[in-house]
Design a protein around this ligand. Sequence first.
Ligand SMILES: CSCC[C@H](N)C(=O)N1CCC[C@H]1C(=O)O
Length: 349
Amino acid sequence: MSQLEQLRAVMGRAGVDALWISDAANVRYLSGFTSGKDGKVLVTPQGETLYTDARYTVQAGQESRVPTFIARPPATLEHAAPGLAGLRVGFEAESLTVAELEQLRAYWPQATLVGTAGLLSELRMVKTPGEVQAVRDAQALADRVFAQVRPMIRAGVRELDVALEIESLLRRAGAESAFEIIVASGPRGAMPHGVASDRVIGDGELVTVDMGARLNGYNSDMTRTVAVGTPSPEMARVYRAVLEAEEAAVRAVRPGVSGADLDALARGILTGHGLGEAFAHSLGHGVGLMVHEGPSLRGSSEDVLRPGMIVTVEPGAYLPDVGGVRIEDLVLVTDDGFEVLSRSEKETV
Ligand SMILES: CSCC[C@H](N)C(=O)N1CCC[C@H]1C(=O)O
């Protein structure tokens, strides 16, 4: 089934006849148009239309898999109105402003507008073979860049110079950083989102580097914690505990296992090492057009893994004023288990 056919099935279950898609990643997913933030897609019983404006006439002509109508709002809404009379029209409640909703109400008075959530996220969780290849390519680039940068992570170097080098290598390769690069050394390692600062890395410290490439619209995500010199016995113990939890959770990835079970597995191992409280976030998340998307690997998640999903497995332990460790792999769920897409070496501490 094509993505659009699957979406129509999901729309049927949600009780909507048509869907106005405003989320940029969803617009790209359905149409192939890469400037999704300047486009909308309308799916109706008659067909699909990409709406964008004249700045994108050529680009949309080259990229879009669905027929395109070039106009700015409200002409777009006027164009769509006749086909929507009497229909239940879904809109994406999480990506439409109140002002935009009022505009839909004003221009589509004969439609019944219905807020929807997560219809496309559900589909996007399972990647097509083309999407898997795109994430694979992004991760392979991130691995190459990490290997190039690894030798410069040493005492006397500023965190932000490490981040700048990563960013610059990604850009020269035609990609960009998927998110603000995390380089957290020594006590800064206790911050799960410790983006690179002007701190100078010291001898005997652990340094957490969390980086991703965005290539052709698709993201990767990987973390390595590296040792500069010899870390303290306490941090070496924490490192080994996190590595044990990470490897066990990766090995447990397979179709049918739930995100909650994987989170519990890793958390249980860290708790056994007295680090349960120090694991201050969820185990992982899906990765694709967005760095953070479904499925969710957290205690409260109801998501169950299926072949074609790509998830991060990233336990961590954070000790305020002392330091932290996170180790993260990007993992593809296969028909009978898993494949680790991130290949960068892990430290033996
Ligand atoms: C700001 S993007 C962060 C990417 C990172 N790999 C990541 O997803 N996390 C780091 C800490 C936990 C997890 C998160 O939920 O943000």
